[in-house]
Design a protein around this ligand. Sequence first.
Ligand code: MG
Length: 155
Amino acid sequence: MRAGIGYDVHPLVEKRKLILGGVEIPFEKGLKGHSDADVLMHAVCDALLGAAGLGDIGMHFPDTDPKYKDVSSIQLFIETFQMVQEKGFSVLNIDTIIFAEAPKLSPYRSAMQQNISSAIDLEPDRINIKATTTEGLGMIGKGEGIGAMCVAMIE
Ligand code: MG
């Protein structure tokens, strides 16, 4: 059994869609990045890659590669999962935290869980999505960005 950790932050800017866990969430700003900037899925990918000893997301999906411009991070997650599978591992569980001052994310939690579940055909109860604010503190508390953390177990 092996564990991996993932962490990511993206800036919130105008004229971008806010996509978390593959769900488009109505909000006045969205996350800036080369891909769709789905910070939750990036943390999940890094946790899986870490657990499998496969490096990090930047190595496999460089943000200088035009192929990944505006790509859905659910797609990156599927490709990550395939790499983990090719090394002979299966995923036991994925636990996550999203750090955001706004918007309120609880209405979208089950849709995110469902997206992750169906992308890699993993039972929904092996995927957990949590969300918290930072009580107004720091860059996330000031609404400058959204962060995410993930721990994944594989065997
Ligand atoms: Mg990222």
